[in-house]
Ligand binder design. Sequence first.
Ligand code: SAH
Length: 298
Amino acid sequence: MHVCCWGTPCSRLAWQVQCEPELHGSCQPLLSAATLRVNTQPCPASTSTATSTHACMQALVKGQRLIVDLSFEDKMTDAELKSLCQQLAYCYSANARSSKPMHLIFTGVQGRMKECINKQCSGFDNWIATKSEATYLVHFKEETEQLVYLTADSENEIQELDPSKIYIVGGIVDRNRYKNLCAGKAEEEGIATAKLPIGDYVALSSSSVMCTNHVVEIMIRQQELGDWRAAFEAVIPTRKRKAGDTSDAVPEDNIPAVKEEPCAPASAPAPQKQKKDKAAVKGAAATKPRKETASVGK
Ligand code: SAH
C-alpha cells in the first residue's frame, strides 16, 4: 500500500511540505487544521501520480542535486528562449516520470526568462523543484566547492555521480555560436567542470554538445540505471550517432557544425505522434505538484 508522504518513512519531509488537499484529499481528516503533523498511517490514496509526487518530494530533501542555470537570457533570441523553456518542461517531465528523480534546481529565474517560463511551462510555480531568482553561487554560497559545471568543453570526464556534488547544466539554446561559454563561466567563477563520458560509450556523427534537456535526461537515466551506455542509448537521438559504431569517439575536428534541432525528449515518438507526447509533457508538468517551502532549498 502506498505510504503517504507525510507518514513513515518520510517524517523529515513531512515538516517541510504542505498538504495539498486535491491530491491527498482522503488524507485530509488525518491532518490537524493548522499544522502539519506526522501521520504514520498509510495514505488511502494510491495512484501513480501520488507515487511520483512522493518520489519527487523525497528528492527535494535527499535527491541528487542538479541545477539548471538560467542566467543566459541575454544570449538568446525570443525563439531560442521559447525553445529552452519547452526543454525545461521536458526536463521536469522526465524527472517526474523517473523511478529515482533528482532534486531539480532552477537558478536565475527572473526577467525575460521568468516571463517565458511562466508562459511555456504549465504550472511552473507548482513544480516539485527548487526555483530561485538568485544565481547558483548565491544560492549555494556555503557549498561552492561542491558545484560541478557540466560542459562538453571540460577536460575532466564525469564517472560516477557523486551525491555530495551539485551538478550544473547550462540552460541555453545557442545553435553552438557561443564556444566555451559555460566552461569559461565556470573557470571565472572557480567552479569545477566535467563533461559526460559520451565518447567512451557512443560514437557520434556530430558534435558532442547536447541540448539542455538531453543532458538533464542523461543524468536522470544514469542515476536511475547506473549505466552510462544505457543512459546515452536511451537519450541520444539515433540521428546524432554514427551508424554501426558504438565504441570509438569521433574526433572533434572531424565533426560537422551542429545545426539547431528541436530537442525532443528521449521518449519522443515519430513526428506525427508528437502532439500526443506534448500533451504528455503538459500533463506531467501539471501533475498536481505541491508548493515547495522556503526550507527546501538545498
Ligand atoms: N555553447 C554552450 C552549449 C550549450 S548546450 C556552452 O558553452 O556550453 C547546453 C548545456 O548542456 C551546456 O551548457 C552544458 O551544461 C550541457 N552539455 C552539453 N553537452 C555536454 C556534454 N557533452 N557534457 C557535459 N555537459 C554538456
